[in-house]
Design a protein around this ligand. Sequence first.
Ligand code: PLP
Length: 396
Amino acid sequence: MSTLMNTYNRLPVEFTHGDGVWLYDTAGDAWLDALSGIAVCGLGHAHPALTKAISEQAARLIHTSNIYHIGTQRELADKLIAASGMDCVFFSNSGAEANEAAIKLARMHGHNKGIDLPTIIVFESSFHGRTLATLSATGNRKVQAGFGPLVTGFARAPFADLEAVKTIAKNNQNIVAVLVEPIQGEGGVHIPDPSFLDGLRELCNQHDWLLMLDEVQTGNGRTGKYFAYQHHSWLPDVVTTAKGLANGVPIGACLAAGKATALFGPGNHGSTFGGNPLACAAGIATVDTLVNGKYAEKAATMGAYLQQQFREKLADQALVKEVRGLGLLLGIELTQECSILVQKALEKKLLINVTSGNVIRLLPPLIIQQAEADLLVDGVCQLINAFAQDTTAEPA
Ligand code: PLP
């Protein structure tokens, strides 16, 4: 019996080191990584700027406590503020924890207005994390099953349905905020029409709700801007991020702007590790490299190239329902369940993901070059074509 708690069905491969978009297994074989540790390693593996920053900081100071000043934390906050246009930052250790901070901000906002049972609008097919509050906010019954009673204070609407949100607004006087992913990642790479987020911004302004964007997956250059809301012309009140923020060193952030900045005071929130010197040094090196290397812009160009290649090469493949994405958050939706493709890809030493049952999700490092992108296109198209030949399954 394994000494690890049984929380993952792990794939039969183990990696010992990496270099750029490549991972190397215990036998020394190279694998093309089109998942980046699930949208984490935007700068790929063993990036020299990261290695240098982490090892120098580790040699100097790893941890003190948030009861003292931390220079690297202030520096990372300044860089995130410059990249985002937001006003202030709380550092956590993960995406779920960043969302917990956002949920607490929303509740505090409600209580300050005299709302005793503050309620946050969330969406079907969303994913916000595995802590009790964030799994309660998540729009996926599988994530919640077995963990009731769920945290209350969430009202759910179908994703990208502004009218449904307006109906909730009419019927529920306890709404204080909306928590939404600008693009649903785990839910199947769903990209709403821009008018949905624009409309949410307007509704939040009208009702004095906080617009809280979960950019844990979409942030840090992934969609072609530093944050996905920067494809629009407004700021959210709260934005959370994690994953790509320190390229694999655990850190999360909850950023606030305007009226959301003054909601917490000392004692309202905290974390032992959150924003410690080591994590922040990694964050500084990551944000600097992403911004100075224009990797968001590169993600936009490479993402458009990949989409065009997939569309062209899969044009006659009846199994493909849609190719979609923004930047390097890409989805290829098939007409049927295709989770088996993750295993099939292992035979090609290719790391991909299938989410929502029938959506091949690709999240390659933002540093991917065209030759590597071409290898990815060839590998994925071969997988889909072979699957089409093999398959006898019914349409999803
Ligand atoms: N929010 C979104 C949109 C995510 O995609 C994820 C993770 O996949 C999370 C939150 C949870 O982040 P973490 O696993 O770092 O807690």
